[in-house]
Design a protein. Structure first.
Lengths: 164, 777
């Protein structure tokens, strides 16, 4: 027995420059950016670690600003640039933050890592030579349960020092 | 990576994780990232009351909702499950009674999340409420309603152990002091929320389960038990796992529920729990009350210890019996104590069930012990380092409760942190509000007796050598971020003298890898590392024969280095590994070689009841110093710096060892500073990462880690555990630092501003009373 007659979900066309390539999708008004990325665009590097805005595992860059994708509507990104961990490295290598997190064990279980690296990437874009205090402040919205953050600070520091 | 070269030829700073690149690029697939096209969405309906009898459960409206494919309830699984064979008293979905708010009662699988959630709202549950107990005191009170009919007094397990002669010990003491210490309940708060993907194939009747488990073998067994399936028809795969810390050692209700749904729906179901549901699923460190009495001679020598521990266990058995045994067993093994009496009580309450968490069972007792040791040292005018040095063990030895101690690097750990922290120059000379404190801790390198006694070795590793010259190691050991797969690769590579790149590790897939007892009790490095070395050594022996004939020398004269087989003292040119590998395959084909490790009988503990808990091949030892600042107006405690030295036997991967120690120290800091759960009539008031206060990067201090290598005779290359032992020492070191900074003695964890201020107020009140009583000079 069909119990309900739900009205069809309202969708609208959204154009997003995702990791440097424009794409167009019909998305429901209530679709969260994190679900758009993970389910619609199949980019699962962006993680969900909490029930909304608590942990930073879903941090992505919207027009270069770090934003928790789990409390951002996909429709709000219409006409904007969205960058995820999958788009960070230019070419076939690793971004210097990715290499530093790998070599300095800034990642253990790895679940917070994409969000952590995206927050760090946003910092390095606006401040090429951050102090340790500035690094800590920029990453204060990203929780990690494995590292005690020691090697995360070291990783970002190493990436900073590597910059020309 | 650069740095000094070891005798084994490895760069000493260590190597990055072999799966690190997958993690930093976002390619690593965790359970929720797996291909779940076509999968149904699972959701769980939970009990709204803390304790009650189920009078009516009607799921018909949910079942009839368009888009709902399956609904399961307690009737669908009449089998209990659990982690300890003697205490499986839990159903995946409640039957007859509910025992905590949030206990799973029913579950639905629907075409999408919205439909599944609407279906939950259509489930009707009628419950006759029973008196609920939210504290251990209330549950133990006379006439308390029984949470489990067969457990009078709501006592899940009482433990009474006496070793030595405590009465004589206290009689010989110059100072006897008591402490009552209360430690809050914690949560693991691993960043990856629980998830499971179950795929039931109705055509073959086979089930494939991918889940966040730390012990796929337990999951495999419990799925077979609860679904009444033949074990061979089930496959359990561990994808990337985003941390565990003990939360995923026990099989969790949602895992079995997901499988029940998949079978009922005859298809694939993805279950993702919310963060709130993670807190409800729980299984973490219980709220613990420790009453401790120590006897000490004037010189600091401990003469006796008496300890009572009460753990608020939650509604089901889980690991409870083991937790309450650990709390007593690991009073031993750190210091030489001639007499120890232990009474432990694990209590059922109407709260989410507790379980194993990093430092399982030992942390809160260790905290109380170190805190009282510090207070008594102060009273006797002794230095806290000096008191520890008065009570050192001398390895090899066996403790009073029959635990094996073959290696003991604690003395050097003490020396290292004393020096590194500038203790002698700085203690007593810091300004008011700043303090230094220190403490010690230890932990097992794997429980020597497995829960399921099958007669099998404790670990098996398979190696495959093929025509491409590549070597694949197969291990059931689940890498959950601690780096166990990297450890396996390193031990194999070092044994064979191969570059790390030549080793591939396939882990934790029941269809492919050998069975393993999983990631708990810090067992993997010791047991699986030894099995990996054994396999590699057997392969090396085999290949050395082939190499000997190629090189024209005797087998004993063949050795390996840097991917080459060489002849000792000979003139023959080195031969590349690949060439020997191909020669070894002639007439033989692909080589598969197995290595095993079995814990020696002398490591498996005493004959007394509960004697297997705490038994291990070797303990890690840690000393740490904490420097803290306390704001006397706000009660805010800030940790400025930590120095920790660990005796891990041998650091197979120093980079990973320091990472593990930093993480353990820091997790101890969370427990010490801010982490606690709170329930209001059984309703969690902490069930988010905002309310449950895990430290952020802002309040996290620099941690200086030093590695001490005591070379355990049984350890793989001499190694012991490095992931848990450092946790328990942090909180007592911090409490000592707070005492040093502002003169208060905290009896409760965490040291939140309100508790610090309360203790300050009490201290001032006592000082006022004292000065009022004493006439002014």
């Amino acid at each position: 027995m069909r119990q309900d007659q739900r009205p069809p979900s309202r969708k609208r066309l959204v154009r997003v420059c995702l990791n440097g390539r424009w794409r167009e999708d019909a998305v429901p008004d209530h679709l969260l950016l994190v679900d758009y990325l993970r389910e619609t665009a199949a980019l699962t590097g962006t993680k969900t670690g909490c029930d909304g805005g608590e942990c930073g595992a879903c941090m992505v860059l919207v027009d270069s600003v770090p934003v928790p994708a789990c409390i951002t509507l996909a429709v709000r990104c219409d006409g904007r640039s969205v960058e995820t961990i999958e788009g960070l490295a230019a070419g076939d290598g690793l971004h210097r933050l990715q290499r530093a997190f790998h070599e300095h064990l800034g990642t253990q279980c790895g679940f917070c890592t994409p969000g952590m690296i995206m927050s760090a990437a946003a910092l390095l874009r606006r401040n090429a030579r951050p102090t340790d205090a500035q690094i800590r402040e920029a990453l204060s919205g990203n929780l990690c349960r494995c590292t005690g953050y020691v090697k995360i600070v070291e990783s970002v520091r190493a990436a900073v020092d590597e910059a020309p | 990576m650069s740095g000094a070269i070891t005798s084994r030829g490895w760069p000493r700073p260590g190597v990055p994780l072999i799966d690190g690149i997958d993690k930093v690029t976002g390619r690593a697939r965790y359970t929720a990232d797996l291909d779940h096209r076509g999968a149904l969405v699972g959701r769980i309906f939970r009990s709204p009351v803390g304790h009650g009898e189920i009078l009516r459960l009607d799921v018909s409206r949910a079942q009839n909702l368009e888009g709902v494919i399956a609904v399961v309830i307690g009737d669908d699984c009449p089998q209990t499950y659990g982690v300890l064979p003697v205490a499986m008293n839990e159903y995946p979905l409640a039957r007859g009674k509910v025992r905590y708010r949030g206990e799973p009662v029913a579950a639905v699988a629907a075409v999408d999340a919205e439909t599944a959630e609407r279906a939950l709202a259509l489930i009707e549950l009628e419950v006759r409420e029973l008196p609920a107990h939210y504290t251990a005191e209330s549950a133990r009170a006379e006439g308390a309603a029984l949470i489990h009919e067969n457990r009078p007094g709501n006592v899940e397990r009482a433990v009474h152990h006496v070793f030595g002669d405590p009465e004589a010990g206290f009689a010989a003491a110059d100072l006897v002091r008591d402490a009552s210490i209360d430690c809050a309940e914690l949560n693991h708060a691993q960043i990856e929320p629980h998830a499971a993907l179950a795929d039931y194939d109705p055509a073959t009747g086979q089930l494939t389960m991918q889940s966040v488990s730390q012990v796929g073998f337990y999951l495999h067994m419990m799925l077979a038990r609860c679904l009444q399936m033949d074990e061979s028809q089930i496959r359990v795969i561990k994808p990337f796992v985003g941390g565990g810390f003990g939360s995923r050692v026990e099989v969790l209700n949602f895992e079995i529920v997901t499988a029940l749904l998949a079978r009922a729906a005859r298809g694939k179901v993805l279950m993702q729990l919310t963060r709130e549901e993670n807190f409800l699923t729980h299984r973490a460190r219980p709220q613990t009350a420790v009453r401790l009495r120590l006897g000490m001679r004037r010189d600091g020598c401990i003469t006796a210890c008496e300890c009572e521990v009460v753990q608020r266990g939650g509604a089901y058995a889980g690991y409870g019996i083991v937790t309450i045994l650990y709390a007593g067993a690991l009073l031993h093994g750190l210091y030489a104590i001639p007499a120890v009496k232990y009474d432990g009580y694990r209590i059922y309450t109407n709260l989410p069930p507790c379980g194993a968490m990093r430092g399982h069972g030992s942390v809160d007792t260790r905290h109380a012990f170190e805190v009282l040791l510090d207070r008594m040292a102060r009273e006797l005018g002794l230095d806290p380092f000096g008191v520890r040095r008065m009570n050192l063990l001398s390895a090899p030895t066996r403790t009073l409760n029959d635990l094996l101690v073959n290696s003991y690097g604690l003395p050097e750990c003490l020396d290292r942190v004393e020096r590194a922290s500038g203790w002698r120059e700085r203690i007593g000379r810091l300004p008011r509000g700043k303090g230094l404190g220190m403490a010690c801790s230890h932990y097992v390198s794997g429980a020597a007796k497995p829960i399921h006694w099958t007669g099998e070795p404790h670990a098996v590793v398979n190696l495959k050598l093929d025509w491409d010259g590549g070597l694949t190691a197969f291990t059931g050991a689940p890498d959950i971020g601690q780096g166990s797969s990297t450890m396996v690769a390193i031990t194999v590579a070092e044994t064979l003298g191969l570059p790390l790149e030549r080793i591939r590790v396939i882990a934790a897939d029941s269809a492919i890898t050998p069975k393993d007892n999983g990631a708990y009790s810090s067992r993997i490095t010791f047991m699986v590392g030894n099995a990996a070395i054994d396999a590699a050594q057997r392969l090396k022996d085999r290949l050395s024969e082939v190499a000997a004939s190629k090189l024209g020398v005797r087998r004993e004269d063949v050795y390996t280095a840097a991917g080459m087989f060489l002849a000792r003292g000979g003139e023959s040119a080195p031969v590349r590994f690949e060439e020997i590998a191909r020669a070894a395959l002639v007439g033989e084909g692909t080589l598969t070689i197995k290595g095993t490790f079995t814990c020696p009988p002398e490591s498996q503990g005493g004959k007394h009841k509960g004697g297997a808990v705490g038994a291990t091949m070797g303990f890690s030892y840690v000393a740490q110093v904490v420097e803290a600042s306390v704001d006397e107006d706000t009660g805010q405690v800030t940790v400025d710096q930590v120095w920790a030295a660990i005796d891990c036997g041998h650091a197979i991967n120093p980079l990973a060892v320091t990472g593990q120690v930093e993480g353990a120290v820091w997790m101890g800091m969370g427990q010490a500073l801010s982490e606690e759960t709170r329930y209001l009539d059984g309703l969690p008031a902490h069930a988010s990462l905002l309310e449950y206060r895990v430290p952020t990067i802002i309040e996290s201090p620099p941690i200086d880690v030093q590695i001490v290598e005591s070379h355990d005779p049984l350890g793989p290359f001499g190694a012991k555990e490095a992931s848990e032992g450092a946790l328990a020492g942090f909180a007592p070191a911090l409490v000592a630092a707070i005492a040093n900074a502002i003169g208060i003695d905290l009896d409760e964890l965490p040291a939140t501003p309100d508790r610090v201020v309360e203790a300050l107020v009490a201290l001032r009140r006592r000082a006022r009373l004292k000065s009022a009583r004493e006439p002014a000079p």
